[in-house]
Design a protein around this ligand. Structure first.
Ligand SMILES: [Fe+2]
Ligand SMILES: [Fe+2]
Length: 191
């Protein structure tokens, strides 16, 4: 059985909204990988389990923080104060980012443990822990991505002028031009 039955669309999209949606596609992809790792644990060759777990841990540990920084450090300051509805959504986005930290950290730890010792993928206790984490994460991610895609990203088009959107997009690219994101970029895993 191959876990990599599908890949996110890594095609480079030029505009800001598309770049952000690319990040969300990768969040959904790696969450899906984690679910498949749990659901197919018993059938999975050890090497594939290790590779998949390592990729999931690397993505959430190294690339996801860059995407959160895009939203908290580049988008939030520029969008704040434009409308009461958007301000409410920005506050909720910030709260949701905080709520995601602990379960995402648990997912990273659990995947690192499986990667270091792939035999754990057949260990009931280990897969039960992973299952619990994914159950917590699923509704958090659903609400979070829905909020950003339904309110925050459209607000970039509605309230910002082109040079403001370009400034955000430039910061997003700059954030990935150095540090651990370099490795992820070459592997197509950057947010
Ligand atoms: Fe996002
Ligand atoms: Fe976010």
């Amino acid at each position: 059985m191959r876990l990599r039955i599908s890949k996110p669309d890594h095609s480079t999209r030029a505009d800001l909204a598309s770049a952000l949606l690319d990040c969300h596609a990768k969040i959904r992809f790696f969450n899906g990988q984690a679910s498949r790792l749990w659901m197919h644990a018993e059938d999975l060759p050890v090497a594939e389990a290790a590779e998949a777990a390592s990729g999931i841990a690397r993505y959430f540990a190294e690339a996801l923080p860059l995407h959160e920084a895009d939203e908290e450090e580049s988008i939030r300051p520029l969008l704040a104060g434009r409308s009461a509805m958007v301000d409410t959504a920005l506050s909720e986005m910030n709260r949701q980012h905080g709520a995601l930290h602990d379960p995402v950290s648990r997912l990273i730890s659990q995947c690192r443990e499986i990667s270091a010792d792939p035999s754990r993928v057949a260990d009931e206790a280990a897969t039960a822990d992973l299952s619990e984490t994914l159950k917590v994460l699923a509704p958090l991610w659903e609400r979070h991505l829905e909020l950003e895609e339904g309110v925050i990203f459209p607000a970039l088009e509605a309230f910002l002028v082109p040079h403001e959107r370009e400034a955000i997009h430039r910061e997003i690219r700059l954030r990935r031009s150095h540090g651990p994101a370099d490795e992820l970029r070459t592997q197509g895993d950057r947010t």
